[in-house]
Design a protein around this ligand. Structure first.
Ligand SMILES: NC(=O)c1ccc[n+]([C@@H]2O[C@H](COP(=O)([O-])OP(=O)(O)OC[C@H]3O[C@@H](n4cnc5c(N)ncnc54)[C@H](OP(=O)(O)O)[C@@H]3O)[C@@H](O)[C@H]2O)c1
Length: 359
């Protein structure tokens, strides 16, 4: 549900300068679940400490968090596994001055081996009720907050019935330690069982022009039906949909993307051809490719709040400006067709990680 009137929206000939676009314009809000009001687009904070290279420095990351608040972003995403652990500390520190204005979402549920490289350190899942409680206590401390606004199970644990995990999360709501419940990468059946145990405010799963699983596996429809908010992660295709990542030379050996099928040389080159088409359409419309990608995700429903990740103020400004890019139904359709699932080369995750999703 949109609760602010739409501000001037841009169609053609929009200057591709984020700051210019956002000055003086108010960010719209959207509602996740029954009553969690957040900015229509959030900020993913993972890359500030985890997964991607080169690593960002703390002062730069904090400046980016502050600029996001200036621009009206109120929804911030972290997790215990990012770092691991350090990203929650960073986000808590950076947002401390704005605590009463922002919604901080974090996640629990991996067994973590911090000695392994990013992408391999999630050695299993642990959503036993005792770990749900322990993880919440630890996240509260690292974030430096009294209550976690939105607490997601990061991956469904095949060894623990979802009702038991959500039951433990509900106890934390009772105790005033968390406000809202979420799941990540759960399938439609799990989501229904969870929601019947305690209202689920948001489901977070990968969704973008080049990752459309949730359109096909019933997840988006189930969120719509049950009134659960949907939070697309990696809405910029981990950077590729911005057109800024034309080769992999700049990525360190430990950059998580190097482990993903779509980023293997042959697949990557084939996918770049699709990105060229996206860039051509962006030029036609007077915006940037990444802005088109974000506008497309946002156009799929007003219960959808993407969390593009960035470590840089300049990129943040462009991403936030995408909230003001309007697409006609014909443009949205054309974009969807440009990167339809059969055209994208390679899976989104290697096999072992893919097996952890959609349970
Ligand atoms: N639930 C889950 O399992 C899960 C999994 C993955 C991610 N997430 C969450 O979702 C958030 C977003 O996903 P993501 O970070 O994986 O992918 P993303 O948002 O699709 O893309 C992030 C990448 O794009 C680059 N970028 C961002 N804006 C740009 C712009 N305007 N121009 C050029 N490059 C740009 C960033 O680099 P710069 O830093 O250089 O801008 C970064 O490398 C994460 O931060 C995390 O909070 C959740």
């Amino acid at each position: 549900m949109i609760i602010f009137a739409a501000l001037p929206r841009y169609g053609t000939n929009m200057p591709a300068n984020g700051q210019f676009l956002m000055e003086g314009r108010q960010m719209q809000n959207r509602i996740l679940g029954d009553n969690l009001s957040v900015s229509a687009l959030g900020l993913g904070c993972m890359g500030m400490s985890h997964a991607y290279s080169p690593a960002a420095d703390e002062s730069g990351s904090i400046a980016t968090l502050h600029r996001a608040v200036d621009l009206g972003v109120t929804f911030f995403d972290t997790a215990e596994v990012y770092g691991p652990y350090t990203n929650e500390v960073l986000v808590g520190k950076g947002l401390k001055p704005f605590r009463d204005k922002v919604t901080i979402a974090t996640k629990f549920g991996f067994r973590i081996d911090a000695s392994k490289p990013s992408g391999q350190m999630m050695v299993g899942t642990d959503s036993r009720p005792e770990n749900v409680h322990a993880a919440a206590e630890a996240s509260l401390k690292r974030l430096g907050v009294e209550v976690i606004d939105l607490f997601y199970q990061h991956r469904v644990d095949p060894n623990v019935p979802i009702e038991e995990t959500v039951g433990a999360m509900a106890e934390l709501v009772e105790a005033g330690k968390i406000r809202h419940l979420g799941l990540s990468e759960a399938n439609a059946a799990t989501l229904r069982k969870a929601h019947a145990t305690h209202p689920i405010t948001a489901l977070q799963s990968e969704y973008s022009l080049w990752t459309r699983d949730v359109e096909q596996n019933g997840v988006l429809d189930t969120c719509r039906e049950l009134g659960i908010g949907f939070v697309p992660f990696s809405p910029l295709g981990r950077g590729v949909l911005t057109g800024a990542l034309k080769n992999l030379d700049g990525l360190s050996d430990t950059d998580f993307r190097r482990s993903l099928p779509r980023f293997q040389a042959e697949n990557f080159d084939a996918n770049l051809a699709l990105i060229t088409l996206l860039e051509e359409m962006a030029v036609e419309k007077g915006v940037e490719a990444g802005q088109l990608a974000l506008a497309w995700v946002m156009a799929q429903g007003d219960f959808i709040v993407p969390i593009p990740g960035t470590t840089k103020i300049a990129n943040l400004e462009k991403n936030v400006a995408a909230a003001n890019v309007s697409l006609s139904a014909e443009e949205a359709q054309r974009l969807g067709d440009l990167l339809s699932p059969t055209k994208v080369a390679g899976g989104r995750y290697p096999e072992q990680m893919a097996a952890m999703a959609n349970r």
